[in-house]
Design a protein around this ligand. Structure first.
Ligand SMILES: NC(=O)c1ccc[n+]([C@@H]2O[C@H](COP(=O)([O-])OP(=O)(O)OC[C@H]3O[C@@H](n4cnc5c(N)ncnc54)[C@H](O)[C@@H]3O)[C@@H](O)[C@H]2O)c1
Length: 267
């Protein structure tokens, strides 16, 4: 039997990247999924691959009404909500603190925190009643930047650290009906984008793959699919019934800082 047979899920930013890998895996595990996306292109691509196993809502995670609409859509289509995956995010491309003009700080802060932090809070708030009814769970996408410096600039790293606190506080407040956990990926090959007007994409950064590979013991840049099974494990009541406030790191072992240099054996 598939591990999420009969589950209904809502995933934000699931048109591409890590969110898309979670959608694809959830469907493969028997779930029905509502995806909050930004564009018709994402809707078309999800519909082509998954047909009526997936419904989409076009919206913006910064907008309360769009989050409410997404929860209503999953309940209307599939009768309930078992799992929420707040995942939509933007990056700051490691812009250093001092490179940001003080006069621009508020605007940049608002743009980044509104998506990365407020977007998660609004999704969780909109979903609470439906999740309580189903004894469901939330699985946030965090990041190695929820624990360490250097994987982004100050704005990105502080936003992802804020989410680690959000997981703990919500796990505390929403228990025992709703479990709250997270997956924290490290460097992953995606098109993660930046703030308004910034057309860069993470995987296009020169040297990104080598830099990630050099910095983790497992020695490679991960693919979105590498993380998806962990979301399944945390979403599954059967596998994670006693698990809340847990953040599973899927980051190649970055904690141990760098790749071991093997000594050449002298003949
Ligand atoms: N790629 C990495 O190396 C990496 C590592 C750790 C964590 N993450 C996190 O993973 C999550 C997914 O990112 P990804 O790497 O898959 O990149 P991605 O760009 O493929 O996915 C991000 C998604 O968020 C959506 N999005 C952005 N702003 C939005 C908004 N205002 N409203 C609705 N949707 C919006 C985008 O359309 C996109 O589908 C992000 O939270 C990111 O911070 C990424």
């Amino acid at each position: 039997m598939a591990r999420l047979d009969g589950y209904a899920a809502l995933i934000t930013g699931g048109g591409k990247g890590i969110g898309r890998a979670v959608v694809d895996r959830f469907v493969a595990e028997g779930a029905r999924v509502c995806v909050l996306v930004r564009s018709q292109t994402d809707v078309d691509s999800l519909a082509e691959q998954h047909g009526d196993k997936v419904v989409c809502v076009i919206g913006d995670v910064r907008n309360w009404a769009d989050n409410v609409a997404a929860v209503q859509a999953v309940v209307a289509a599939f009768g309930k909500l078992d799992v929420l995956v707040p995942n939509a995010g933007v990056y700051d491309f490691s812009d250093t603190f001092e490179s940001i003009d003080g006069a621009e700080m508020s605007e940049r802060y608002r743009q980044l925190f509104d998506v990365n932090v407020l977007g998660y809070l609004l999704a969780a708030r909109a979903a609470v009643d439906a999740l309580r009814e189903s004894n469901g769970s939330i699985v946030f996408t965090l990041s190695s930047s929820s624990f360490y410096a250097g994987g982004g600039g100050t704005l990105y790293v502080s936003s992802k650290h804020a989410l680690a606190g959000t997981v703990k506080q919500l796990a505390y407040e929403l228990a025992p009906e709703i479990r709250v956990n997270a997956v924290a990926p490290g460097g992953t090959r995606t098109g993660l984008g930046g703030l308004a007007g910034d057309n860069r994409a993470l995987a296009d950064i020169e040297g990104f793959e080598d830099m990630v590979a050099r910095n983790v013991p497992l020695g490679f840049l991960s693919e979105p699919e590498d993380h998806a099974g962990l979301y399944v494990t945390l979403a599954s009541r059967e596998d994670s019934r006693f698990v809340t406030s847990e953040i599973i790191r899927s980051d190649g072992g970055i904690e141990v800082r760098g790749r071991r240099r093997k000594k050449k054996v002298e003949q």
